[in-house]
Ligand binder design. Structure first.
Ligand SMILES: Cc1cc2nc3c(=O)[nH]c(=O)nc-3n(C[C@H](O)[C@H](O)[C@H](O)COP(=O)(O)O)c2cc1C
Length: 188
């Protein structure tokens, strides 16, 4: 798919077909995600792929909230990714200090996950980023995630069940962009 088409047609998918995604397609997406820029090139991300159906159900139950009907699509998606933030594996003490002071893992992971979602759109996969993870402690236990690593986001992946997801409203270009100084009309 052309880059512009990827950017404009990507949507958060909340309805998935039950078909499993081949591992190569999952890896295609994560391979793209690892190319994202990051502060101090710290690449503070680990992607845990959950494609075992039984484990996936347990993980989905840590994410969704049946009472509030929140993120119920986590149950439907055939694959879930859990994105964990971490220090670089072999960072020397100086680099670690610099990253602690100037690193921005949340931004970095945002860049990486958006790259992943665009790669998914490129090959016809639907995705939905989820940051409301209801039972983080249970999820940590289930996936053996060390306590010093932060569980940041989950991503639902699968073949979209809807042909054409509804386009979301976006602000107009002139509402979000000004040249050479802040546009006073942008202060609402
Ligand atoms: C950091 C982040 C967290 C999000 N968390 C959730 C979530 O928990 N559940 C959900 O259904 N969608 C979630 N979304 C998806 C947004 O609701 C969605 O991107 C937004 O409404 C725009 O729609 P679009 O992605 O279809 O263009 C999240 C998106 C981002 C970037």
């Amino acid at each position: 798919m052309e880059f512009r088409d990827c950017v404009t047609t990507r949507r958060s998918n909340r309805s998935f077909l039950p078909d499993m995604i081949p591992a190569e397609q999952i890896l295609y997406c994560i391979d793209a995600a690892r190319m994202a820029p990051s502060s101090l090139n710290s690449q503070p991300w680990k992607y845990i792929v959950i494609n075992d159906p039984q484990l996936k159900n347990k993980v989905a139950n840590c994410i969704c909230d049946p009472l509030l009907q929140s993120n119920m699509h986590a149950r439907q998606a055939p694959v879930l990714l859990i994105v964990v933030s971490c220090m670089p594996d072999n960072a020397n003490p100086l680099t670690r200090t610099a990253i602690k002071k100037f690193g921005s893992p949340q931004y970095d992971i945002g860049f990486s996950v958006q790259t992943l979602c665009l790669a998914a759109a490129d090959i016809g996969l639907g995705s939905c980023v989820m940051n409301t993870i209801r039972k983080k402690n249970r999820l940590r236990e289930l996936l053996d995630i060390p306590t010093d690593l932060d569980i940041c986001l989950a991503v639902a992946l699968g073949y979209p069940a809807e042909e054409e997801p509804v386009a979301q409203q976006r602000k107009a270009l002139e509402e979000v962009c000004s040249f050479n100084c802040f546009d006073p009309l942008h202060k609402n």
